[in-house]
Design a protein around this ligand. Structure first.
Ligand SMILES: OC[C@H]1O[C@H](O[C@H]2O[C@H](CO)[C@@H](O)[C@H](O)[C@H]2O)[C@H](O)[C@@H](O)[C@@H]1O
Length: 611
């Protein structure tokens, strides 16, 4: 049964796709050539779905880190006879743009692995078992000088290997003893039919790709990472993680690079996150504004306008998520041949939320546009018309029930968060009206904005709960109400807001003090079973407390949540309340967004307190 702890994985990215490497040197997840392509290594979800491991033959302990300011991973194996280091990266091309804007542009679709003996001597073992199409296909492998030719189904891969490998059905393996100073470089390269011929790379060429990859990440980090404040390293690292979730060719940003890592072990809450949600991606752009200089803002808005392609207006709601190249149809299906992580089934690809009605997206996109307006150097006519259409659509749609931020699979409702985000959409559109050349719309936008506000204050507040709640008329708490002060709907020190913050901190947390999105009892979201606490919501609590001037409590909550980052600074979506293990897709943009924004709010709150 596949089941290596989620926290035992580290992320590699070339801004086209991602790989996950276990603490013990096994690449257990890789989709080629895009984030949402079928996996070639899928052991994350089933023991037989493919992996590539490099590790010492005998007993060892392992430590690992990212090379400074990069997403290049170094795993060090300590053995009784010596020390072996394995350095792993998805190769990115050189940054040709003077501002390092192009990280990933020249990516060769190549996974590179450098093995070096740092001390003594170590015998190592390599096992290579690619399984295309999420583990369905055992490829044909043949030896060629300097490596292996791997063909099967849609994939044509070449493994460059300086050590001889034995091929069995669908597998290759080999063993070698390295002495101090010895180094072996491997590259797994994917060819595109007819475009570049697959070929074997020399040791020097692979070494060059590794060097360029390290340099490119460092150049990007140096030019982009300006945040100075508490938890600086974690914030900068989170910025790199978000950059690693960007799909360079289009400017899309995926919510996470995995599918079906469960929200509860053995449960059915398993979703495919390898897509660009309007909500998650807009939040990512805003967080990159804090963690880095979001050069990518222009690309992102171009992506959104192109993906939505004229299909937005009062009669045509904005689709809430897209494929990384702007695809609309993300129909969900299950992969019955995969057992799932720790038997958490079904494994799903595609996402049934793609055609849900979620009206918060207008606020998230216009909120990001407002924050990043100065970075969208060319707010061309298409982008202006798109943003105006979003606000006009919010005016009409704000009265409708929807599926809400949590994409509930139950009946649509008047979710408080959705209404608040419609208020944000109109508030920010009004602020941008001059740049949008839409001053004539301001009276209509203002009237709708004020009407929403009144409705939320009246119907979103539940006197019995003593808090703003999940939907109009409901007594249930929902952590998304923590966003009300964060987006400026009400001041954080408004008594109703303080009461809501306290209610959530007291009644929507587990024993560890981590926050649930909402209570799942009674199948309120149309799904069976329960789920873990949600890291983004815990960071929202820290942020709301900071906005309310409760800086010490905010710091405590922040540190509580940040402590769940694994040894290489990565967060999943949720935490298991029973065991404290990370749960859900990994690494999850939402969690890193929350970390960055909460750190920034606490920094600002400390400055305000010091004045
Ligand atoms: O809770 C059920 C829903 O769970 C997923 O949605 C969550 O992930 C999205 C991507 O990060 C995020 O935008 C959303 O706010 C989260 O609730 C899943 O994608 C949905 O299909 C599912 O209904």
């Amino acid at each position: 049964m596949s089941g290596v702890p989620i926290a035992d994985h580290a992320l590699l990215s070339d801004c086209h796709t991602a790989a996950l490497v276990t603490r013990h040197g096994s690449v257990d997840w890789l989709c080629c050539p895009r984030f949402d392509s079928p996996s070639v290594f899928g052991r994350l979800l089933d023991d037989d779905a493919g992996h590539w491991s490099i590790r010492p033959l005998g007993p060892f302990t392992a430590t690992r880190r990212y090379l400074d300011q990069t997403l290049v991973l170094e795993t060090t194996f300590h053995t009784p006879t010596g020390t072996l280091a394995v350095t792993d990266a998805m190769a990115v091309g050189p940054n040709e743009h003077p501002h390092g804007h192009s990280l990933g542009v020249g990516a060769p679709h190549m996974l590179v692995r450098a093995v070096s003996c740092r001390d003594g001597e170590v015998s190592m073992r390599l096992r290579f078992e690619p399984r295309a199409e999420y583990g369905l296909l055992r490829p044909l492998m043949s030896q060629v000088p300097g490596g292996l030719n791997v063909r099967g189904g849609p994939e044509w891969l070449m493994l460059s290997s300086p050590m001889p490998l034995t091929c069995a059905t669908g597998s290759a393996y080999g063993e070698v003893t390295l002495r101090v100073g010895d180094e072996l470089l491997f590259a797994l390269h994917r060819s595109t039919w007819g475009l570049e011929p697959a070929r074997i790379w020399t040791q020097e060429e692979i070494a060059d790709w590794m060097t360029v990859t390290v340099q490119s990440w460092r150049a990007w980090s140096k030019l982009h990472q300006n945040y100075e404040g508490p938890w600086r390293e974690l914030v900068h690292h989170s910025g790199r993680v978000l950059q690693g979730l960007t799909f360079r060719p289009s400017g899309a940003i995926v919510a996470a690079p995995t599918t079906s890592l469960p929200e509860s072990v053995g449960g059915e809450r398993n979703w495919d996150y390898r897509f660009a949600w309007v909500r998650d991606a807009s939040f990512t752009m805003e967080a990159l504004w804090v963690a880095a200089c979001p050069d990518e803002a222009g690309d992102f808005f171009t992506f959104m306008t192109t993906a939505a392609a004229g299909a937005v207006g009062p009669d045509a709601p904005l689709q809430i998520m897209f494929g990384v190249n702007g695809e609309h149809d993300l129909t969900e299906r299950t992969l019955p041949h995969l057992r799932g992580w720790r038997d958490s089934r079904p494994v799903r690809v595609g996402n049934g939320a793609w055609n849900q009605h979620q009206i918060d997206v207008y606020g998230e996109l216009l909120g990001a546009a407002h924050l990043l307006a100065d970075k969208i150097s060319e707010m061309d006519e298409d982008i202006r018309a798109f943003l105006v259409a979003l606000a006009d659509t919010a005016v009409v749609r704000c009265r409708e029930p929807d599926h809400g931020i949590w994409e509930v699979r139950g009946e649509p409702r008047h979710f408080v968060y959705s209404k608040v985000m419609c208020w944000v959409a109109l508030d920010r559109a009004i602020a941008l009206a001059g740049r949008l050349q839409a001053q004539d719309r301001v009276p209509a936008w203002s009237a709708a904005r004020d009407e929403i506000r009144e409705r939320v204050l009246r119907d979103g507040w539940n006197p019995a709960a003593g808090a703003f709640t999940q939907y109009f008329g409901s007594a249930d708490l929902d952590a998304s109400c923590l966003m009300m002060p964060i987006v400026g709907f009400l001041p954080a020190d408004d008594p109703r807001m303080l009461a809501t913050i306290d209610a959530i901190a007291d009644r929507l947390t587990d024993e560890r003090g981590l926050v649930y999105r909402y209570r799942t009892e009674g199948g309120v979201d149309g799904l069976a079973g329960d789920e873990g606490t949600f890291l983004l919501c815990t960071f929202w609590l820290a942020q709301a407390l900071a906005e309310a001037g409760r800086v010490n409590r905010a710091t405590e909550v922040f540190e509580r949540a940040a402590a769940y980052a694994n040894d290489v600074g990565l967060l999943a979506e949720e935490v298991d309340p029973r065991t404290g293990e990370l749960l859900g897709n990994f690494p999850q943009a939402f969690s890193h967004i929350g970390l960055i924004n909460a750190a920034w709010s606490i920094t600002q709150a400390r400055h305000r307190a010091a004045l």
